[in-house]
Design a protein around this ligand. Structure first.
Ligand SMILES: [Zn+2]
Length: 414
């Protein structure tokens, strides 16, 4: 089958079967939403009585494997830890490694949180949308991608593809432990279990109107203020570490870090996210720690930001301590590439004109690009619905996304 014939066959299939495809996406998505694949750091597992390990992605992986089996699609399962599998389905011969397109979806979800109008673990349909934890992040795009695989298989394109379309259901996107061990995409890359030329990560929303080609670097800085313990009735005999931290945070709030504005990523951001200090109201606290999230732009480094904070702290005291936790550098790729062009050209038929842009958050794209894979993030849904109560996605977009994956695969894998 030629590329043109394949594209025509894909378009015909979607025209003839769009309601069946929609029904299938929703059937699979509804079942996935009922699985509580909540991923939190191990230290917070105790808050979730239904979790025995982080993520428990096996609950969704079972569904993915069952569907691949029933459609006759080959797949592998890779797991670094039992119960936290990664499933990758393969379409095409896989002979030409320069023509492998990897779709990276994740099976873990963030906790439901509060404020839901419906049960977060029951997919609810209303007015062309579905609601539930994970319908957008990332089980909806996963269900779409699975249907894209089924379409490619059904029209017999599997035989014509010399490269490969790889549809993945990954573990361990939403949370990490302090040990830094990864059970998802980084595990697969570290162990050389995948080596695609291209990757699309449908994990940004933007209603398929933007393509993420750049991401800010992310770092967490832990600041520690040291005081001197004393009885609460005699605060003058101690040094209050919380007050010290408060003065530092007030300085930080009004500080502008040195940076050069980036054309895509713009400005860096700083968020004081967590604070801990004190043991009781009648004790002068001897310690206060604070975790600060910084998103940095090209030209900034984690060490530079830390040093600037340290300078700032000298206005208050000379014994503040700063340590850099998780840190990554910003990344950006040239938007003038075959992957971005294929997404744009195919999206046009759906009235979409996706533009390259940059993100403050991070997706798998950064790590994959650092590993030599040309990866962008692009997908359905509203970016504002991620990690929120009443998470939602438009059903029509899930069908369009499946269709687009098939067309992009026709461009890149033959
Ligand atoms: Zn996600």
């Amino acid at each position: 089958m030629s590329q043109e014939k394949l594209k025509a066959a894909i378009n015909e299939y979607f025209t003839a079967h769009s309601s069946v495809i929609e029904t299938e996406i929703l059937r699979i998505l509804g079942e996935m939403v009922s699985k509580r694949t909540v991923n939190v750091p191990t230290s917070k597992l105790g808050n979730f009585d239904y979790l025995t390990i982080r993520g428990e992605e096996w609950r969704v992986a079972e569904i993915v494997q069952r569907e691949f089996d029933s459609w006759g699609i080959r797949y592998d399962v890779f797991e670094r830890q039992k119960g936290r599998p990664n499933v990758i389905g393969y379409l095409g011969k896989g002979e030409d490694h320069s023509k492998i397109l990897f779709i990276a979806c994740h099976m873990d979800i963030v906790p439901p949180g509060s404020g839901w109008e419906t049960d977060p673990f029951v997919m609810t349909r209303r007015d062309g949308f579905v609601y539930g934890r994970g319908v957008l992040d990332n089980k909806g795009p996963l269900a779409s991608s699975l249907l894209a695989a089924k379409v490619i298989k059904d029209i017999g394109a599997d035989e014509s593809i010399t490269g490969q379309l790889q549809i993945s259901a990954l573990a361990d996107e939403e949370a990490g432990d302090p040990d830094g061990v990864d059970y998802g995409i980084h595990y697969l890359m570290e162990e050389n279990l995948i080596s695609p030329a291209y990757a699309i990560i449908p994990d940004i929303g933007e209603n398929m109107k933007k393509i993420d080609i750049a991401e800010k670097g992310r770092m967490v800085i832990t600041v520690r203020a040291v005081g001197k313990q004393a009885h609460g009735s005699t605060p003058h005999l101690g040094v209050n570490a919380i007050n010290k931290m408060a003065r530092f945070l007030a300085e930080l709030e009004h500080h502008t870090f040195q940076y050069v504005e980036d054309p895509i990523l713009r400005k860096p951001t700083v968020n004081v996210g967590e604070i801990h200090g004190g043991a009781a109201s009648n004790i002068v606290p001897s310690e206060c720690t604070c975790d600060i999230d910084c998103r940095i732009v090209p030209g900034q480094t984690p060490e530079g930001v830390r040093d600037e904070m340290k300078m700032l702290s000298l206005r208050i005291a000379d014994d503040f301590e700063f340590s850099i936790g998780d840190a990554s550098l910003p990344h950006a790729i040239d938007p003038d590439n075959i992957l971005v062009k294929s997404i744009q050209a195919n999206a046009r038929a759906f009235g979409l004109l996706p533009e390259p842009f940059g993100l403050g958050g991070g997706t798998f794209a950064k790590g994959m690009n650092e590993h030599g894979i040309l990866a962008v993030a692009f997908g359905p849904g509203d970016d504002t619905a991620f990690h929120m109560a009443n998470e939602y996605v438009e059903i029509k977009q899930l069908v369009t996304f499946a269709h687009l994956i098939c067309l992009i695969a026709a461009d890149l894998t033959m």
